[in-house]
Design a protein around this ligand. Structure first.
Ligand code: NI
Length: 171
């Protein structure tokens, strides 16, 4: 396994749409394992391959000890949201690609999702609460959307300008 470098905003690679996986084979399983190791190394709860510059529709989620939703960790290729509840929830979201910030995002409370698991089996899942929020956040990454796109333009621009300044100092 390997720890991958995580891209941080603003970076045009984070706005690119990821391509579907043809089959979950050994190379995709290796990618899933590397994403999991990267997730744990960064104390995150979810990660999309796109955040490491690999534009394949693969995400990995582990909400930690407080949320024993099986399967855990959750490996998904080609996740598709099939159903969104009319009921909404507000969650304070953060993202490994938007370090040191968080913001309240409103999303559907419950979702249905289909995906290929790490054994290339087609699975369906219905989840609510934090898991539903996290899957929607990661599927957004596959479509080139960061959670800050769901914030007001004022808050988004503030975060992006601060991140840009930090990047300039690091150069
Ligand atoms: Ni994220």
């Amino acid at each position: 396994m390997a720890i991958l470098e995580i891209l941080t905003a603003p970076d045009p690679r984070l706005t690119m749409k990821s391509l579907p996986v043809e089959k979950v084979d050994a190379s995709i399983r290796k990618l899933m394992d590397n994403l999991l190791e990267t997730l744990y190394d960064n104390n995150g709860v979810g990660i999309a391959a796109a955040q490491t510059g690999i534009h394949q529709r693969v995400i990995v989620i582990d909400l930690g000890d407080k949320h024993n939703i099986s399967p855990k960790p959750l490996f998904m290729a080609n996740p598709e949201l099939t159903w969104l509840s009319p009921a909404m929830q507000t969650t304070a979201e953060a993202c490994l690609s938007v370090p040191n910030f968080s913001g309240n995002v409103v999303r559907p409370l419950e979702i249905g999702v289909t995906y290929l698991d790490e054994n290339n089996q087609k699975m369906t899942l219905e989840v609510s609460g934090l898991m539903a929020d996290c899957i929607q956040h990661e599927v957004d990454h596959l479509n080139g959307i960061l959670y800050i796109e769901h914030l007001s333009s004022l808050k988004r621009n503030l975060i992006l300008s601060k991140l840009t300044k930090i990047k300039r100092k690091q150069r």
